[in-house]
Design a protein. Structure first.
Length: 75
């Protein structure tokens, strides 16, 4: 659950015939507390890995900024 009340779900989808299945990763971002609609996307494995890398990169940068602010504020 995000701070704005959105529920994020990630799951694997298997589509197509059993002898030639297609795998996708479903990303579902639900509506917010105010009822603003959510969104979803079906990603290929490569797209999901690319998104994961971007999220980790941005989270790392955000943590570094928070660490600097904490140190600067402690003076």
């Amino acid at each position: 659950m995000t701070r704005c009340g959105r529920r994020i779900e990630v799951r694997r989808l298997r589509l197509g015939p059993a002898d030639r299945p297609v795998s996708r990763i479903a990303l579902n971002v639900g509506e917010d507390q105010g009822g603003e609609p959510g969104v979803w996307a079906a990603l290929t494995p490569d797209e999901a890995l690319g998104l994961a890398r971007l999220l980790l990169e941005q989270a790392g940068q955000a943590e570094q900024c928070a660490d600097v602010r904490s140190r600067d504020g402690a003076r």
